[in-house]
Design a protein around this ligand. Structure first.
Ligand SMILES: Cc1cc2nc3c(=O)[nH]c(=O)nc-3n(C[C@H](O)[C@H](O)[C@H](O)COP(=O)(O)OP(=O)(O)OC[C@H]3O[C@@H](n4cnc5c(N)ncnc54)[C@H](O)[C@@H]3O)c2cc1C
Length: 364
């Protein structure tokens, strides 16, 4: 039986483990449990892939349906609505989901189907003693052997370094918060809101947080305010967002073009393999889609070499395209000048164009 080590303990790791639930393999997940925070958007491609990946319909119990996408311009404490787009008018299903609930859901599904070993520790290196025989060096100097390693340890992980060497990684500041303010919940029912401001852009949407409904907020400062020590004060002074307790964080993505995602039976998956700016809310959705594709390959391909080759070849193109689109979208969201032109273009964007754009991002 092949011994597979999955390094990481987050969305990618448990999505990958879900890809092996119909296979006879020995799987070990290595990684510290981290506190996942807030929610993420689940677009039609991600939702469809999730249902196929776990082969059960219970996922509908943890997702919150969003029916409206509202784009605003927010300046000097005044909100101007630029565009409303209704997903159901184009037969599109859009959701949000708590990150913690999503990961717990995947964990439960994996454990209901296969036996899995978990090592709640970090590893520090990968060693190849002979072809096809790998070892992982743990932080306590213990060595764990493996036939296959799947790197789900994120942008800054050790598997990326093993496969690709040094990569240029870009780090950007982001603020996140959640709230269960009743008034805001009433105002924002079933709505995904994007608000442009002089300081950067805000994204908010409701989600189910265990037995409560909460709102997830993300703020990405624009170029002028990235890493400015005044930005938190500015946020606290914006009345619409002032009650939110903002948590500062960072997101990371690769500047370099993707070259390869596998070497010597080590496959990179999720953020460890591809990562781009989060403006299309697609990185996580693509993780679920890719896990579903990996599941198909695992169940229908004989050799792991072939699985890795097919997986890399067939996921590269889409990621490169999404990376470029996300980059352009991010530039337009974070504009400091010509904002009137941007706002006017957004206001005049037809529903049909919007739907065609979203379908291109989700399905092409
Ligand atoms: C602001 C923002 C908003 C986003 N919104 C959305 C959204 O709405 N929809 C969407 O689909 N996606 C969204 N994303 C993207 C999505 O959140 C990420 O792509 C996803 O969480 C990445 O998961 P991952 O498991 O690949 O990596 P990570 O979440 O980075 O997990 C890596 C794991 O590896 C572990 N690890 C690291 N090093 C080691 C080691 N040496 N040994 C053992 N374990 C190790 C870590 O502890 C962690 O558990 C957003 C991202 C950002 C930044």
């Amino acid at each position: 039986m092949k011994k597979i080590l999955i390094i990481g303990n987050s969305l990618s790791a448990w999505s990958v483990a879900s890809a092996f639930t119909n296979k006879k393999v020995n799987i070990t997940i290595i990684g510290n449990k981290n506190n996942t925070f807030g929610a993420q958007q689940l677009s039609p491609n991600g939702f469809r892939a999730l249902k196929k990946l776990i082969q059960n319909d219970d996922v509908k119990n943890i997702v919150y349906e969003i029916i409206k996408f509202q784009i605003n311009s927010y300046n000097n404490d005044e909100t101007r609505m630029l565009k409303n787009f209704y997903f159901n008018e184009f037969d599109l299903k859009y959701f949000s989901v708590s990150r913690e609930m999503l990961i717990n859901f995947l964990i439960k599904n994996v454990k209901n189907n296969i036996q899995i070993n978990e090592i709640n520790k970090s590893c520090v290196g990968i060693i190849q003693r002979e072809p096809g025989k790998l070892e992982v060096l743990m932080d306590n100097k213990e060595l764990i052997s493996a036939d296959i390693i799947i790197g789900c340890d994120g942008v800054n992980g050790i598997t990326r370094k093993y496969v690709c060497g040094t990569t240029n990684i870009v780090k950007k500041q982001v603020f996140r918060g959640t709230s269960n303010d009743r008034k805001q919940l009433l105002l924002k029912q079933k709505t995904l809101e994007l608000s442009f401001s002089n300081y950067g852009h805000f994204i908010s949407y409701p989600f189910f947080n265990n037995n409560k409904t909460c709102i997830n907020y993300v703020f990405i400062p624009n170029k002028l305010f990235q890493n400015s020590n005044k930005i938190l004060d500015k946020l606290r002074n914006i009345s619409k967002f002032s009650p939110i307790d903002w948590n500062e964080g960072h997101y990371y993505f690769y500047e370099d073009e993707i070259q390869t995602i596998h070497k010597n039976n080590v496959l990179l998956f999720g953020d460890a393999g591809f990562s781009f700016e989060p403006h299309l809310a697609q990185v996580g959705n693509n993780i679920i889609e890719d896990a579903n594709y990996l599941k198909f390959l695992v169940e229908n391909t004989h050799s792991y070499d072939e699985i890795f080759e097919n997986f890399s070849r067939n996921t590269f193109k889409k990621k490169s395209e999404l990376k470029s689109i996300s980059n352009i979208v991010g530039i337009s969201f974070g504009m400091n000048s010509f904002t009137k032109i941007r706002d006017s273009l957004v206001s005049n964007f037809s529903d049909k164009l919007m739907s065609d754009f979203l379908k291109k991002v989700w399905y092409d």
